[in-house]
Design a protein around this ligand. Structure first.
Ligand SMILES: *Cc1c(COP(=O)(O)O)cnc(C)c1O
Length: 419
């Protein structure tokens, strides 16, 4: 097989390089040994650089999904690699029985950027949303007001742990698991439906500033401020799940910014660690007493390695102007996708999104999940958001040329489906 010149780091070398397994050998082992709760494409990646990924045989793909909006500074960013290596050599973990320098500084940086007052750390989006869930109930409990009702939205995605899953708005994901009681779901964007559920029993509303998994769906104008007003009126908390929208993805540091709605607390994960698992909950000062010592925690949360990594991600985003860049490049991508939708009206309905979280909406009857393998064959990695939205969530370091390359491949594949 032809092996192209590699720009990524070389494949890990063992003492006997000749015994390194091939893709097909690895896939055979995967089929036998990996728990089959996923259905991955038959590609085994071994290295990456920027927006490029290479499989174990050295074949190249353009990565415009970034591990679902995770690899914000691209693969193998030299500064991130250096931080992780140096921090690992210095100090990885001490537990939350002690402070660590990197974690304190990260909390300060996140609060400064968001205008929030307090940060609590964990390792994933679901965990960050579990923290929001517990924060909301415990806040009211601490005031002697045992409200438990949580309003969430249809098609919302908040994660797979039981609390987060209970707030997730896709029945299929919840089926067979039961649910934490007290969560209701209403239509995203429908303020009247929310109003009908409001009352003195509501602990919180949880909302994504743009629905990600649900189909890259921005809220209608006035929706988020409307939720804020309802929460104020009824003494409920407004929680925003910024796991996908936060850390520059929408062309601003946090999705809630510029919406006219300030949340009481937000969750973060995905882009925060640039690929390293780290999650966080940020809250206002008014909520600092809601989870006193002993009520919540995470063994790994906020460890020096994760914290140093996240600090470097924030610093790269700042130094390379990647947040404003996401806005500019997002507009370019939006224009390219709008043109493509216009060109292929029998396949595409249109495009939507904000910053570098964009969706090409396909016509009823098309199933994006079935088209992804063709796109991968054409050398481009994308993901589905909902049934018929092709999601672009590239690394924020993506270039316009790479976006154009990706859209050209999509054009080619979708043209083949057009009548
Ligand atoms: C991905 C995602 C989650 C879940 O994050 P995990 O790290 O997989 O637990 C939660 N909320 C939103 C909005 C997400 O996009």
């Amino acid at each position: 097989m032809h092996v192209p010149v590699l720009t990524g780091a070389p494949r890990r070398v063992t003492s006997e390089p000749t015994t390194m397994p091939t893709s097909s050998e690895l896939l055979a082992t995967a089929a036998k040994r990996l728990y089959p709760n996923y259905k991955p494409a038959a590609i085994v990646f071994a290295r990456g650089k920027g927006c490029e990924l290479f499989d174990v045989e050295g074949r190249r793909w353009l990565d415009l999904c970034a591990g679902v909006a995770v690899c914000s500074v691209g693969h193998a960013h030299p500064r991130l690699v250096k931080t992780i290596a140096e921090q690992a050599a210095r100090l990885m973990h001490v537990s939350n029985y002690f402070y660590n320098e990197e974690n304190i500084l990260l909390a300060d940086e996140l609060c400064t950027k968001s205008g929030m007052a307090r940060a609590m750390f964990c390792n994933s989006g679901a965990e960050a949303n579990e923290a929001l869930f517990k924060l909301a109930r415990r806040h009211h409990f601490a005031k002697g007001d045992s409200r438990t009702k949580i309003i969430a939205f249809h098609n919302a995605f908040h994660g797979r742990t039981m609390g987060a899953l209970s707030m997730t708005g896709t029945p299929k994901y919840r089926e067979g698991f039961g649910a934490v009681e007290g969560v209701v779901h209403v239509a995203y964007g429908d303020l009247d439906a929310v109003k009908a559920q409001m009352g003195s029993d509501v602990a919180a509303i949880i909302v994504e500033p743009v629905q990600g998994e649900g189909g890259v769906l921005p809220p209608p104008a006035g929706f988020l401020p409307g939720l804020r007003a309802l929460c104020n009126e009824h003494g409920a908390l407004l929680l925003m799940d910024e796991v996908q929208t936060g850390i520059g993805r929408l062309g601003r540091w946090f999705g809630f910014q510029d919406t006219g709605a300030t949340p009481d607390a937000i969750s973060l994960a995905k882009g925060l660690g640039g690929g390293f698992p780290v999650g966080a909950m940020l809250t206002t000062e008014a909520l600092a007493g809601a989870l006193p010592p002993g009520t919540h925690g995470s063994t790994f949360g906020g460890n020096p390695l994760a914290s140093a990594t996240a600090r470097t991600v924030l610093s790269i985003l700042d130094d390379e102007s990647l947040v404003s860049g996401a806005k500019q490049k997002g507009e370019k991508l939006s224009a390219m996708l709008a043109a493509l939708a216009k060109e292929l009206p029998s396949v595409c309905e249109g495009e939507r999104g904000e910053g570098l979280l964009r969706g090409l909406v396909l016509k009823q009857g098309f199933v994006v999940r079935d088209i992804l393998p063709k796109l991968a064959e054409a050398g481009v990695l994308l993901t589905a958001a909902g049934e018929r939205v092709l999601r672009f969530s590239p690394p924020l370091v993506v270039t316009e040329a790479e976006l154009a390359e990706g859209v050209a491949a999509v054009r080619k594949v979708l043209s083949g489906l057009a009548k």
